[in-house]
Design a protein around this ligand. Structure first.
Ligand code: CIR
Length: 252
């Protein structure tokens, strides 16, 4: 899909109070903002016009906008985030999206956008600590009338499905060992990465470029063989809060 727009939200000063399993210390706020601006610049450079939403101090994870909605060419599903502390973030995503898409609010279950990978008209949705079977069924009911299909993928380790598999375009999936054998991914060209490089699995295809986290030379070397230019950016402060590249924007 060619993206022309993306919604981002400026990180709040409270961002260090968000949810995390990383145990790598608190993020530095100034560095968080610097990295956020570099991310925004990367998206703009590759042809995306940004809609920047203001900070939400009461929601320290709210700059991870990917989790609160799933946008397709026809509609935007407003999710029911799996972490209770993040549920209230949905109240401020409907209005900016309503200007661009028909809104389909989920009514049941739990689902994070980070668990949703779209390839063509097929959604692969991670069954994780954040997304349950009820949420996937509720999501499927909303998207089926538009001709989309849904496949649930149980994810053993990792926060979200897109922590361990991402679609890079041209039938290529970047995937960790744990999911490489999954039958759902049989028809793809798989690019497998080591468990130690798992964080870099969250590489983001933006139009004709792959935006990928700094510090993973083995992954860079591998994806460089695709012949798609790489744009490497530092995400150290987001990583401290279990965040990566896809989670920082809603692209459409
Ligand atoms: C959380 O635990 O919800 C946030 N600290 C990180 C969310 C990252 N979201 C994503 O990768 N889609």
């Amino acid at each position: 899909m060619y993206f022309t727009k993306a919604i981002v939200r400026r990180p709040a000063a409270s961002c260090g109070a968000g949810l995390t399993t990383a145990q790598s210390g608190a993020p530095d706020y100034n560095r968080t903002l610097t990295q956020f601006h570099a991310y925004c610049d990367a998206l703009r450079t590759h042809g995306v016009e940004l809609i920047e939403l203001p900070t939400l101090d009461a929601f320290p994870d709210s700059h991870f906008v990917e989790d609160v909605a799933v946008v397709t060419p026809e509609f935007a599903v407003i999710t029911r985030p799996g972490a209770p502390a993040r549920r209230g973030e949905i109240d401020s995503i409907g209005a900016p999206l309503a200007a661009h898409r028909t809104l389909l609010p989920m009514q049941d279950g739990r689902l994070d956008g980070g668990d949703v990978m779209l390839v063509g008209k097929r959604f692969y949705i991670g069954l994780t600590g954040r997304t349950d079977a009820t949420g996937i069924a509720a999501f499927e009911k909303l998207v089926a009338p538009y001709g989309y299909t849904v496949e649930a993928i149980p994810v053993g380790a990792g926060l979200h499905l897109k922590s361990v598999v991402n679609y890079l375009g041209d039938d290529v999936l970047l995937v960790t060992e744990a999911l490489a054998e999954h039958p759902a991914f049989k028809g793809f060209r798989l690019m497998e990465i080591d468990a130690t490089d798992e964080y870099a699995c969250n590489t983001l295809r933006i139009n004709d470029t792959l935006v990928t986290p700094a510090g993973y030379p083995r992954v860079h070397e591998k994806i460089d063989t695709l012949g798609v230019p790489l744009h490497v950016i530092d995400t150290s402060e987001f990583r401290k809060m279990d965040g990566g590249l896809t989670c920082l924007s809603l692209r459409f």
